[in-house]
Write a new protein. Structure first.
Length: 113
């Protein structure tokens, strides 16, 4: 489940695979392989990902949060994205939502309260 968790966190942060790869100093195809479960990241890469996403390595690997910090980080990411989208809804001349933005909005709506 590490791969889907990486993909979910990346999308919640509004990043493309290329942007995440650049921040981690790896290739975009490597990020894709991590997300598909075809490769496992090294410990130093996991540590860098955890820092980028504002979560612990434990949360990345297990999906379990020992504290509310990880959930708070995810909530902040989603709130930032939804706030940005809300501002664009008020502006009638804004560009349409991208597929990535729509995915984040739908994911936020489907999350349990």
């Amino acid at each position: 489940m590490l791969g889907p968790r990486i993909a979910s966190l990346r999308r919640a942060a509004g990043m493309s695979q290329a942007e995440l790869a650049q921040r981690l100093k790896i290739s975009p195809s490597t990020v894709g392989m991590y997300e598909q479960g075809r490769r496992e990241p090294a410990l130093d890469t996991l540590a860098a990902m955890a820092e980028v996403f504002g979560v612990t390595i434990d949360f990345l690997v297990t999906g379990r949060a020992e504290t509310g910090e990880e959930q708070a980080a995810l909530d902040r990411l989603l709130l930032d994205r939804v706030t940005s989208a809300d501002g664009r809804l008020d502006n009638r001349q804004a560009r349409p939502f991208s597929r990535q933005e729509l995915a984040v909005l739908f994911a936020a709506m489907l999350m349990e309260p």
